[in-house]
Design a protein around this ligand. Structure first.
Ligand code: GRG
Ligand code: ZN
Length: 334
């Protein structure tokens, strides 16, 4: 007997996939430095150098490398370097490894590393290593696996991993101590597994050629479990999905050669639906206010997903792949 409700039981049609709003995102990033009447602009002063890294990386991946004034950026970053070699988050801000790495990444991307004193940057990074192999974020001593990754990535980008003053075997041993029973990594030994900490630990081990310490199937499974019904990814069980995990999770899966363990079309849709169609920029999830951090990691996530029209991003260094190739790091094998 025919069912009168046949039509009702067919799955609802998916709404059309939103387009990637390239021009709007370019304008959004270009306008960030003009928002001097916004409280937000001043509250984020300590993140200015990080913001420059997120904005310029997003523009390069969008295929608009000349959308910001390169020489103005270089002059600004030079002013952020201190006598001890470290680079602060803004002019007259204390040096920190987070802003030091961002500045190095931006200068290499614009091929202007010659503008700063590289030997001094290396001295600064080396000075941050602790006896247990970890690195502190600054001279005040706080330590976290993020800072280890930043230090190791800095030395790698500057081709100074062979500096005899650092003990990288101890660094590997420390990272291995941050691995948990579920295969994930935390911010310190015993810390809860978190996808962003997974990225920094797997990234460190990848750069140091020590990825054999990771059970790729177990960690790949934990990472693929981060995808929720909406298609978006969360950072740990029971948490909300967020666009930035598109980067932390996908880059980690790429390094583990298991990127296909994520449903790519569903994640692509989630990222595209998080775009702000009025102002440009991407938010942490659909309907929220965009920011340059999520804009960058959304675009870099789409690049890893092979979204058409985007420049390829390197899954370890989170910089354009052609830049990593230009400096001879060849991390495209991941
Ligand atoms: C070169 C890309 C790149 C990075 C440099 C600084 C750094 C290395 C990595 C940052 C890694 C990190 C720990 C990011 C934080 C991500 C994040 C959204 C944390 C929020 O944590 P919770 O607990 O959010 O507030 P959840 O999602 O767990 O509720
Ligand atoms: Zn986020």
């Amino acid at each position: 007997m025919s069912n009168l409700n046949d039509n009702d039981s067919s799955p609802p049609l998916e709404p059309a996939l939103p387009e990637l709003l390239v021009d709007q995102h370019v304008k959004y990033i270009q306008a960030l430095d003009t928002k001097k009447n916004d409280l937000e602009y001043w509250l984020t002063e300590h993140l200015r150098v990080n913001g420059l890294y997120w904005g310029s990386t997003a523009l390069h991946i969008l295929g608009h490398p000349d959308a910001l004034d390169k020489e103005q950026i270089v002059d600004y970053l030079v002013k952020c370097q201190h006598e001890d070699g470290g680079i602060g988050g803004h002019i007259d801000h204390d040096p920190h490894i987070l802003s030091t790495l961002s500045a190095v990444q931006v200068l290499i991307t614009y091929d202007r590393l010659d503008a700063i004193n590289v030997d001094k940057v290396v001295d600064y990074v080396v000075s941050l290593q602790n006896d247990d192999g970890s690195f502190s974020g600054d001279s005040w001593g706080e330590t976290d696996t993020r800072f280890i990754f930043c230090a190791v990535m800095c030395l790698s980008l500057l081709k100074r991993l062979d500096d005899k003053r650092v003990d990288l075997q101890k660094t590997i041993d420390y990272i291995v101590r941050c691995r948990n029973f579920d295969g994930g990594f935390g911010n310190s030994p015993g810390g809860e597994s978190h996808a962003a900490q997974v990225y920094v630990c797997v990234g460190t081990l990848t750069i140091l050629g020590a990825l054999h310490h990771v059970d790729a199937d177990q960690l790949g499974w934990w990472l693929s479990e981060r995808q929720l019904k909406s298609g978006g990814l969360n950072g740990r069980p029971e948490k909300l999905e967020d666009v930035c995990y598109s980067w932390w999770v996908l880059s980690s899966l790429s390094m583990l050669k298991r990127r296909h363990w994520i449903d790519a079309p569903k994640l692509t849709r989630f990222i595209l639906e998080s775009q702000d169609t009025e102002t440009g920029g991407i938010a942490d999830r659909p309907g929220n206010i965009p920011d340059v951090f999520h804009t960058n990691f959304g675009i870099c996530g789409l690049s890893l997903l092979g979204h058409p029209g985007l420049v390829a991003v390197d899954p370890v260094y989170c910089m354009p792949r052609h830049v990593i190739q230009r400096i001879g790091l060849h991390s495209d094998k991941h």
